[in-house]
Design a protein around this ligand. Structure first.
Ligand code: NAD
Length: 261
C-alpha cells in the first residue's frame, strides 16, 4: 500500500511545470494521493494550469478558478470541492504575490502602503482564510494537514526579497497560531522553507540570481535544491508519518540556513 493511498486534497498554486506546487502534486500522486487544483481566474491562467496538471498525467483532475484575495472565490472553491469530494485530507497553499516594482535591492523603504498590505493579504492572510474554510470537512475526515511555502527571507535580510520577507514572516506566524487552534480538530499546519528555485514568482524577485549563486557556494550540500525535494517533504507532511508535527517551519534548502558566515 502506498503512503498516501486514500488521501484527497486541494492544491493552490500550480501555474506551470516549474511551480513548487506542481512538484508537490507530483509527489502526492506518485504516493497514491489524489489532488484537486485551483487556478487564477481567466482562460489563459486556466490553460496554463491545466497544461501543467496534464503533464502529471492528471488530465481529468478537478479544477476550479480562485483569486485567493477574494473571500467569495474562496467560499466558492471550498463549497464546490465539498459537493464533489467525500473527504478533505490536505490543503497545499503554494501562492504568493507582491508588486514586482518593490522587489529590487534597496527599494524596501519605498514600498507603498497598498503594496505592503496586498503582499501580506495574498501571501499570508490567505492561509488563515483557507484554514477556516477547510476545517469542517477536514474534521469530518478525521483530521488533516495544511501546508504552506515559505522562504528564509522571513528571518534574515535577503536583498531584493523585501516586502515578501515581511509577508513570509507573517505566514510563518500565521502557521503557528492556526496550528494551535486547529489542532483540536486533529488538523496540522506547517510551512516548508524552500530554497530558491526558478519559477514565475521568483523571477519577480530582484535578488534571485544572487540567491541561486549563494546556495551552492555556502550550503552544506553545495548545490541548489530541486523541486522534487520539496515535493517529497510535502508528501511526508501530508502523510501520517508526520502525525506529531504541527506549527513547524521545515527547511528544505540544502542546509544553507544553518550557515552564519
Ligand atoms: N521559487 C522560489 O525560489 C521559492 C522559494 C521559497 C518559497 N517559495 C514560495 O513557493 C510558493 C509558490 O511559488 P513558486 O515559486 O512555485 O512560483 P509560481 O509562480 O509557480 O507559483 C505562485 C502561485 O501563486 C499564485 N497566485 C498569485 N496570486 C494569487 C491569488 N491572488 N490567488 C490565487 N493564487 C495566486 C499564482 O497563480 C501561482 O500559481 C510561493 O509561496 C513562493 O513564495 C518559492
Amino acid at each position: 500500500m502506498s503512503l498516501l493511498n486514500g488521501k484527497v486534497g486541494l492544491i493552490f498554486g500550480v501555474a506551470n511545470d516549474r511551480s513548487y506546487a506542481t512538484f508537490i502534486a507530483e509527489s502526492i500522486t506518485k504516493l497514491g494521493g489524489r489532488c484537486a487544483f485551483t487556478h487564477l481566474p481567466g482562460e489563459k491562467n486556466e490553460r496554463r494550469t491545466r497544461k501543467a496538471v496534464e503533464g502529471l498525467g492528471l488530465g481529468d483532475a478537478w479544477m476550479f478558478p480562485c483569486d485567493a484575495g477574494k473571500d467569495e472565490d474562496l467560499d466558492a472553491v471550498f463549497t464546490a470541492y465539498a459537493k464533489s469530494h467525500a473527504r478533505l485530507d490536505f490543503v497545499v497553499h503554494s501562492i504568493a504575490f507582491a508588486d514586482r516594482e518593490w522587489l529590487a535591492p534597496g527599494r524596501f523603504n519605498e514600498t507603498p502602503r497598498a503594496s505592503y498590505l496586498s503582499a501580506i493579504d495574498i501571501s499570508a492572510y490567505t492561509l488563515l482564510a483557507m484554514g477556516r474554510r477547510a476545517r469542517p470537512m477536514m474534521r469530518d475526515s478525521g483530521g488533516g494537514s495544511i501546508l504552506a511555502m515559505s522562504y528564509y527571507g522571513s528571518e534574515k535580510v535577503v536583498p531584493g526579497y523585501n516586502v515578501m520577507g515581511v509577508a513570509k514572516a507573517a505566514l510563518e506566524c500565521t502557521t503557528r497560531y492556526l496550528a494551535a487552534e486547529l489542532g483540536e480538530s486533529n488538523i496540522r499546519v506547517n510551512t516548508i522553507s524552500g530554497g530558491p528555485l526558478r519559477t514565475l514568482a521568483s523571477s519577480a524577485v530582484g535578488g534571485i540570481d544572487t540567491m541561486l549563486e549563494h546556495t551552492p557556494a555556502r550550503a552544506p550540500l553545495r548545490r541548489n535544491i530541486e523541486g522534487k525535494e520539496v515535493g517529497g517533504t510535502a508528501a511526508w507532511l501530508i502523510s501520517d508519518l508526520s502525525s506529531g508535527v504541527t506549527g513547524e517551519n521545515i527547511y528544505v534548502d540544502c542546509g544553507v540556513n544553518i550557515i552564519g558566515v
